[in-house]
Design a protein around this ligand. Structure first.
Ligand code: SAH
Length: 219
C-alpha cells in the first residue's frame, strides 16, 4: 500500500504543536521530507515520533527532539551554524531552513558521504559536510553564531565554547552515557551561562573532550 507521507507529516506536526510554540520551527519541520532521511526499509515509520536506526550504530533523532533543539537555538536567519553529528542529515536540513549557512561535521565517513549526496539530490545549497577531524567541531571555520551538538557529552567541551562567536549559543546534551540534560550555553563576561531544557537520550559524542572511541557502540 502507498503511504501518504504528506498526510503523515501533517499529523506529526499537529502533535508537535502541543510542545513547540515557535511557528518558524514548525514551518521548517513541515518543509523537510523525513522519509528521505531514513533507510528505505523503515520509510513507513518516517513520521512516527521516535528515533530510528540509520546504520553504523547511529540513529536519526526523534522529531520532537529535533524541533526542541532547533527552538532552543533561536535562529533568526542570518546565522552561520555548526552542527556536530550529521548522521542522516535530517536535523541539518531543518537548520538550513532557518539559518544562512550550516557547516556540519560527522565522524563516520560513510554517513557524511550519504548525507552530502542526499543534500545534493534534495537541492540544499547552504550546507557543507565535513568528516570530523581530531578536534571536536571545525575550528578552521570558526567562529559560529550557533553550535548544535546532536550527540551526548559528559561535560561542556571547552574546545566548542571557543568556537562560538560573541553572543553565540551552544546547545548540547550533557550527562551520563544513558541519559542527558539538554543544555544551552552562552558566554557571559568571562564565564558561561547555562540553561537546562529537559532530559534527553543521545548516542555518545566521541572525542578528546567527550567519550572514548570504545563507546561508539553498535546497536
Ligand atoms: N542529527 C542526526 C543525529 C545523528 S546521531 C540525525 O538526526 O540524523 C549522532 C551522530 O554524531 C552520529 O552519526 C555519530 O557518528 C556522530 N558523532 C559522534 N561523535 C562525533 C564527533 N566527535 N564529531 C562528529 N560527529 C560525531
Amino acid at each position: 500500500m502507498e503511504i501518504d507521507f504528506a498526510a503523515a507529516r501533517e499529523a506529526l506536526i499537529a502533535g508537535l504543536r502541543l510542545e513547540i510554540y515557535d511557528e518558524r520551527v514548525l514551518r521548517a519541520m513541515r518543509r523537510v521530507p523525513r522519509e528521505e532521511f531514513v533507510p528505505a526499509d523503515l520509510r513507513r515509520l518516517a513520521y512516527d515520533d521516535r528515533p530510528l536506526p540509520i546504520g553504523h550504530g547511529q540513529t536519526i533523532s526523534q522529531p520532537l527532539m529535533v524541533a526542541t533543539m532547533t527552538e532552543v537555538l533561536r535562529l533568526r536567519g542570518h546565522e552561520k551554524v555548526l552542527e556536530i553529528g550529521t548522521g542522516s542529515g535530517y536535523q541539518t536540513a531543518i537548520l538550513a531552513q532557518l539559518a544562512e549557512r550550516v557547516v556540519t561535521v560527522e565522524r563516520v565517513p560513510e554517513l557524511a558521504e550519504s548525507a552530502a549526496e542526499r543534500f545534493r539530490r534534495l537541492g540544499y545549497d547552504n550546507i557543507t559536510v565535513h568528516v570530523a577531524g581530531p578536534k571536536l567541531g571545525l575550528p578552521e571555520e570558526a567562529p559560529y553564531d550557533a553550535i548544535l551538538v546532536t550527540a551526548g557529552a559528559p561535560r561542556v567541551p571547552r574546545v566548542l565554547v571557543e568556537q562560538l562567536a560573541p553572543d553565540g549559543r551552544l546547545v548540547i546534551p550533557v550527562g551520563r552515557r544513558s541519559v542527558q540534560q539538554l543544555l544551552s550555553v552562552t558566554r557571559e563576561g568571562d564565564g558561561l551561562r547555562v540553561r537546562r531544557h529537559g532530559q534527553c537520550r543521545f548516542v555518545p559524542l566521541i572525542g578528546e573532550e567527550a567519550w572514548p572511541e570504545s563507546d561508539a557502540q553498535e546497536y
